[in-house]
Design a protein around this ligand. Sequence first.
Ligand SMILES: [Zn+2]
Length: 84
Amino acid sequence: MCGRLLGRRIEWHHVIPKSQGGRETVPLHPICHRAIHAAFGNKDLARLYPTLDVLREQEEIAGFLKWIANKPPDFHAPTRRPRP
Ligand SMILES: [Zn+2]
């Protein structure tokens, strides 16, 4: 999602949440995965943001992507709102 290389640790994200019937998964950095679920609930992900392209355009995620862009692949930090 963020365009960085994947590191040693990856997490599989259901683009449409499993609980909403989604099957397709994509590999994400754990921190990116966490950012998505911190920003949106499963129902909203399924109804409003069913693709990564749509997610990237949301303000919460766009801010995160800017912040994470120059971090190394295995960078991790406690999830928090990215600085504006
Ligand atoms: Zn990422």
